[in-house]
Design a protein around this ligand. Structure first.
Ligand SMILES: [Zn+2]
Length: 259
């Protein structure tokens, strides 16, 4: 636990230094990491590292490929973004440690799989050659728009969920049945689908008054953007949070079938 916490602290400090996390982001990452260390020990921490390191690696590898003026996925993550992605996983990890209930650990894996699915989809989806399609309006929209999908992004979402569940499978000594394994991958992916659907329907979007780009950013072309549609409560963070809440709930509801 102490050794693990030192590892968490080191990784958070490194991420802060690399400007992948802001100060509030690093502090919240320590909170999430130590909760997971407390609840699950090393296995959960390795999964958290899998999520975090893969996200950072994708963003570094793909950084220069495409300009991003639509979404908020660039720059250092702040505390609310870290909690939106890792908060539910941390709570489930603590529940797993306190109760000793295996189901909570599986839910923890699924919440992390959902966060990974979402992150990989948005990082890799950017590389898609065609413009993504808005899932509600069936129109092509600018790369990076919430609620739009591409084939590459969808495959990346599946792979992200598969990566975390696969890592858990390896770490846990391959104790899952095939149906449980696939159910967990599916649940993580469903979280990403909810993220996309909410992104296309009620998530708040702003419009740049200069270039008319619809964006999640509150500033564009050096000016403040105006609200275009959606509800302010459904911002990038709350939608991410919803993604990581829905995935384990979906999994718990269907656990009887998956197990
Ligand atoms: Zn603009």
């Amino acid at each position: 636990m102490i050794l693990e916490s030192i590892g968490v602290f080191f990784l958070a400090a490194l991420s802060y230094w690399l400007r992948k996390l802001s100060l509030s982001g690093a502090l919240c990452a320590i909170l999430v990491g130590v909760s997971i260390a407390y609840g699950t020990g090393l296995p959960g921490l390795l999964l958290l590292a899998g999520f975090f390191i893969s996200s950072v690696v994708w963003s570094m590898l793909l950084k220069s490929k495409k300009e991003n003026d639509i979404d908020l996925k660039d720059g250092a993550r702040d505390g609310s973004q870290v909690l939106a992605n890792g908060g539910v996983a941390a709570i489930l990890a603590v529940l797993s440690g306190v109760t000793g209930e295996k189901l909570f650990f599986l839910g923890f894996v699924v919440a992390l799989a959902a966060a990974t699915s979402d992150t990989w989809a948005s990082e890799l989806g950017r590389l898609s050659r065609g413009k993504p399609i808005d899932v509600i309006r069936f129109q092509r929209v600018k790369t990076g728009t919430s609620g739009a999908v591409s084939l590459l992004g969808t495959i990346a979402a599946l792979m992200g969920s598969f990566f975390i569940v696969g890592l858990a499978y390896v770490i846990e000594g391959a104790t899952y049945s095939l149906s449980l394994f696939l159910g967990m991958v599916l649940a993580g992916f469903i979280g990403n689908l909810v993220d996309t659907y909410v992104g296309a329907t009620v998530q708040v979007k702003y419009r740049c008054q200069d270039c008319q780009t619809v964006t999640e950013k509150i500033e564009h072309c050096g000016n403040v953007t105006i609200k275009d549609r959606g509800y302010r409560i459904f911002n990038n963070e709350s939608v991410n949070l919803l993604c990581t809440v829905v995935a384990p709930l979906f999994f718990f509801a269907l656990y009887g079938i998956f197990r």
